[in-house]
Design a binder for this molecule. Sequence first.
Ligand code: VGL
Ligand code: ZN
Length: 194
Amino acid sequence: MKLKINDFDALIVVDMQKDFMPDGALPVPEGDKIVPVLNQYIQLFADKGNPVYFTRDWHPPNHISFRGHGGIWPPHCVQDTEGAKFHPDLKIPLDNKFIISKGTSRDFDAYSGFQGTILDQLLKERGIKRLFIGGVATDYCVKNTVLGGLNLGYQVFVLEDAIKGVEANKGDIEKAINQMLEKGAVFINYGEIE
Ligand code: VGL
Ligand code: ZN
């Protein structure tokens, strides 16, 4: 039996930006491979009139997460640069979609789409109860957005066929998946919903 998408479900697509793709400044291996699958999820939610939220890293040029400014990452997703744009093949709906920018001030970083944003407020306004979350990176922003959603009381489904991780250290992805499972996230694939 398939899981039926209802009116209180939202899709959250995490950080599908050029800088996180294989040729980008902070590449997630095979990050581009999940674009077609994410597009299927986007199509399904959009067709049903369900909202789709796109988070994006949107850093100032001197952001604290950058090397030389106190952080560990190469500069990435700098506001209004090419690398901060969404993957060109990502099918962003015209209606009923929301862009959530995070890590926008110099002195704060945000791995979770909920951190320092109005995402929770937007979801609650609509009565959203269940979140379907995919994107990059499994071991950073996807994980933190999933845990954030669970903490805020949402039921969270992770799109197993539409996530990719960095795996800076061996085992990072598996560890992230186990953390999400432990907190109550449910992993699903496209074929399991309708
Ligand atoms: C991310 C590292 C730094 C992510 C963002 O989107 O997972 N990772 N900034
Ligand atoms: Zn970042």
